[in-house]
Design a protein around this ligand. Structure first.
Ligand SMILES: [Zn+2]
Ligand SMILES: [Zn+2]
Length: 633
C-alpha cells in the first residue's frame, strides 16, 4: 500500500474497503501501540497520529472507525530510563504495571507515563479506545490464544527460525530464544515468587494445558494450568495474536519495524498460520526529529521532548499540522528553537489563505485535518497575534501580565486587545518558549543603569536626536506614532519634514540612530522592534537611560516612590543584609541575577550573522506588518 499524493484519503479508502471485505458491516480498526516504559516522546506521537488521521478521515466521511491504543503495559521493565533512580533496577524483569510509580502520585510505573500522553491526546483531539495489555492478560482474555500458541509452538518456532539467519536488531525483540528447537515456548511466565520474567518453561502438556517453569530466583512452579499462570506471549507472537483478536485493519509502524525479518514480517506469517487472522494494511513511517531544547531535555535527565513539551509552545492545531503535512515516508522535524516563530508565521499565512480562498486544495485538506476532527474544531486563539510579537513582549516584560496587556493594547491601537484571554493560548505558548527555549544570548536585558560612558561621548547630532525623542515621544506614544517618530528623527535633524521620502543617506543615518538607541537601552546593537521596546519601557525609563544627567531630579523622586512600592512586595522586615539595592525604577524590567528572559525577532544564530541592513529589514518585515506601515518595508 503505497502512500500517494493525499495519503490520508487514499489510505482511508483502502481501510474502509479492506474492513468491509474482512468483516462486513463492522467498523474498521486502526491500531496504535505504545509501551509506557518511559517518557513517551514526539517520535511515538507519530505512532498515534498516522492511524488517527486515517480513522478521523473515515469518520469525516460519515462512516464509523475504531482507533485503538494498545498500552504495552504488561511488557517487562527492560532498563531504567535516564533521569530515574537506580533503585528501580530491582524491578527490571517485572511488568510495567508491577513497578512502583516514580513520583508516588500514580498507581504504578506504567500509569506515570500514560497520564501525560493521555492528556496530550485529549488536547490534540486524538480520540482513542485504550486497551491495557495488563488488563487483557491478567483477566484471561487471551487464554485461548496462549494455549493455541503453546500447542503450535513447533510451528511458531519454525517460522521464527526462518528469519533468524541474520543477527536480529529488532528493538522490540524479547524472544525467549531457542526458536526452532523442541525446547521453544512462545509463552514467558512472570515468576509467582519474585514477579520477574527470568523464567524458563520446562514443560507444557498439550492435553491438560499444564505448564511447569523455573525461575532464576530458585523457584520451581508446576505443573499448573497455564490459565492460572501470569505471563505473556513473546512480542513477535503477541503482536499478530492481537491483530487477529482485535481484528486490526490498519496498523502502520516505524520504518525500523518493517525491515525483512522484523516483527512485522514474522507477524504477517504467524497471524494467518496460527491465529486465523489477516495481516493489517500497513506501511512504515519515518522518524521525528527536533531542534533546540531546554535544560530539562539535556543534562542529566537527557530525555527527548514529549507531546506535552510541544503543547507548551505550540497550539494544538499546529502540532497536528506538523504531523499531517508530511507523508508517512517523510521525516518530521519539530522546532523548539527560534524556528518556532517561523512555523507560527507559516501557519498564520496558511490560515489567511484558507480563509480568503487562495490556498492550494492540498494545503486546504491538510489545514482541515490540523484545525479540527470529525468531532469538531479544536480551540484557537481568538486574536492570533504573531508569535514573534508575543514572544518579544513576553521577553521585554519578563512576563509581567499588566505590562503585556498595556503593550498589546498599544500594539493594536486600531482595535485594542481588551483582555489577555483574547490572545491565549498563544500568549502562554510564547511565554513558555521565552522562559524555556529562547537562546539566553537573544534575551533582552534592559540596562539597570544608564551607560554613562557612552552618554558622555555623545556627538552633537546624537544628543540632538535623543533630545527630540524625549521631547516628542509623548505625542507619538503608540506603535504607529513611535514608528513614524523613530524613522523621522534623522529627517528632522537634517531639516527635512518627518514624512520626507526615503533616501540612501537617510537609511544609513536611521541605522546608526537605531543602534545608538539599542546600545543605550539594552546594551546591544540589535533587539526587539524599537517601537515595541519603547512602549514596554515606558517614558520615564527611557528618559532615565538616554538622558540620565538631564533627568536626575525626576529620577530621584522615582527612586523613593518605587522603593516604597517594591518594599511592600518583600517579605516582612524589608531587604535582607547583603541584598543589592533595588533598581531605581519599579518596572520589573531590569535584568535579574537569574539571567531572565530576553528578546526575539532575529534570535537564531543565522539571523545574528546577517548584516545590520538585513536585520533591520527583517524587523520591518516581521510581526505586525499588515497593520503597521514600516517605512523600510
Ligand atoms: Zn507518577
Ligand atoms: Zn522468581
Amino acid at each position: 500500500m503505497a502512500p500517494a499524493e493525499d495519503w490520508v484519503v487514499r489510505t482511508a479508502g483502502d481501510v474502509r474497503a479492506e474492513g468491509e471485505r474482512r468483516h462486513p458491516g463492522e467498523a474498521p480498526t486502526c491500531a496504535s501501540g505504545i509501551s509506557p516504559s518511559g517518557p513517551v516522546h514526539l517520535g511515538n506521537l507519530r505512532e498515534l497520529m498516522v492511524p488517527h488521521l486515517v480513522a478521523d478521515e473515515i469518520r469525516k466521511q460519515g462512516a464509523a472507525a475504531r482507533h485503538i491504543l494498545s498500552w504495552d503495559d504488561y511488557d517487562r521493565l527492560r532498563r531504567v530510563p535516564a533521569g530515574f533512580s537506580e533503585s528501580f533496577t530491582e524491578h527490571i524483569g517485572r511488568p510495567l504495571t508491577a513497578v512502583p510509580d516514580p513520583c508516588g502520585g500514580h498507581p504504578n510505573w506504567a500509569e506515570h507515563f500514560k497520564e501525560p500522553l493521555r492528556e496530550s491526546l485529549a488536547h490534540l483531539g486524538v480520540l482513542v479506545t485504550e486497551i491495557s495489555q495488563t488488563q487483557m492478560y491478567t483477566s484471561g482474555a487471551y487464554t485461548e490464544q496462549i494455549i493455541i500458541a503453546m500447542r503450535r509452538r513447533a510451528d511458531i518456532g519454525a517460522v521464527l527460525a526462518k528469519y533468524q539467519t541474520r543477527r536480529n536488531t529488532d528493538p522490540d525483540d524479547d524472544d525467549p530464544g531457542n526458536a526452532g528447537t523442541r525446547a521453544y515456548y512462545p509463552f514467558k511466565p512472570y515468576c509467582a515468587v519474585c514477579g520477574r520474567d527470568d523464567t524458563t518453561v520446562t514443560g507444557f502438556d498439550d492435553e491438560t494445558t499444564e505448564i511447569t517453569y523455573t525461575c532464576a530466583c530458585g523457584t520451581r512452579v508446576g505443573p499448573v494450568p497455564i490459565a492460572e499462570v501470569a505471563g505473556k506471549l513473546a512480542w513477535k507472537v503477541d503482536w499478530p495474536m492481537r491483530w487477529a483478536y482485535e481484528r486490526v485493519t490498519f496498523e502502520p509502524a516505524g520504518v525500523d519495524h518493517s525491515s525483512p525479518g522484523s516483527s512485522f514480517t514474522v507477524g504477517g506469517e504467524l497471524v494467518t498460520e496460527i491465529f486465523g487472522g489477516e495481516m493489517p494494511l500497513h506501511f512504515g513511517y519515518s522518524f521525528v526529529g527536533t531542534t533546540g531544547g531546554s535544560s530539562k531535555m539535556s543534562g542529566s535527565a537527557g530525555r527527548a521532548p514529549t507531546p506535552a513539551d510541544a503543547l507548551e509552545i505550540f497550539e494544538p492545531p499546529l502540532i497536528r499540522w506538523l504531523y499531517a503535512r508530511r507523508r508517512p515516508e517523510q521525516s518530521i522535524t519539530l522546532a523548539f528553537d527560534a524556528e518556532v516563530g517561523r512555523v507560527y508565521d507559516e501557519w498564520d499565512a496558511l490560515s489567511r489563505k484558507v480563509a480568503d480562498g487562495t490556498a492550494e486544495p492540498a494545503s486546504v485538506a491538510v489545514y482541515g485535518r490540523a484545525a479540527g476532527t470529525a468531532e469538531g474544531a479544536l480551540p484557537v486563539t481568538p486574536r492570533p497575534l504573531p508569535f514573534r510579537t508575543l514572544a518579544s513582549v513576553a521577553d521585554i516584560t519578563a512576563g509581567h501580565q499588566d505590562q503585556i496587556l498595556r503593550i498589546l493594547r498599544d500594539l493594536t491601537a486600531a482595535d485594542p486587545v481588551a483582555s489577555l484571554d483574547e490572545v491565549r493560548p498563544r500568549l502562554d505558548c510564547a511565554q513558555a518558549w521565552v522562559a524555556g527555549y529562547m537562546d539566553p544570548a537573544d534575551r533582552t536585558q534592559v540596562r539597570p543603569e544608564p551607560d554613562t560612558a557612552r552618554l558622555a561621548a555623545l556627538s552633537e547630532e546624537e544628543r540632538g536626536a535623543l533630545k527630540l525623542l524625549t521631547e516628542r515621544m509623548g505625542d507619538y506614544w503608540s506603535l504607529n506614532g513611535l514608528t513614524t517618530l523613530l524613522y523621522g528623527i534623522p529627517k528632522l535633524m537634517r531639516g527635512l519634514p518627518i514624512d520626507a521620502p526615503r533616501s540612501p543617506e537617510l537609511s544609513a543615518a536611521q541605522r546608526i540612530w537605531f543602534i545608538l538607541l539599542y546600545q543605550l537601552l539594552i546594551g546591544k546593537d540589535t533587539g526587539p522592534r524599537l517601537p515595541t521596546l519603547l512602549l514596554a519601557l515606558g517614558q520615564d525609563r527611557i528618559r532615565y537611560l538616554v538622558t540620565a544627567v538631564l533627568y536626575r531630579s525626576v529620577l530621584d523622586s522615582s527612586v523613593i516612590y518605587s522603593r516604597a512600592q517594591q518594599r511592600s512586595a518583600l517579605p516582612e522586615g524589608g531587604p535582607s543584609p547583603g541584598v543589592p539595592p533595588l533598581p531605581p525604577l519599579c518596572l520589573p524590567l531590569a535584568p535579574g541575577p537569574d539571567n531572565r528572559p530576553g528578546l526575539l525577532d532575529h534570535s537564531s544564530a543565522a539571523a545574528r550573522n546577517r548584516s545590520m541592513i538585513r536585520t533591520l529589514a527583517s524587523k520591518a518585515d516581521s510581526g505586525m506588518r499588515s497593520s503597521v506601515p514600516w517605512n523600510m518595508a
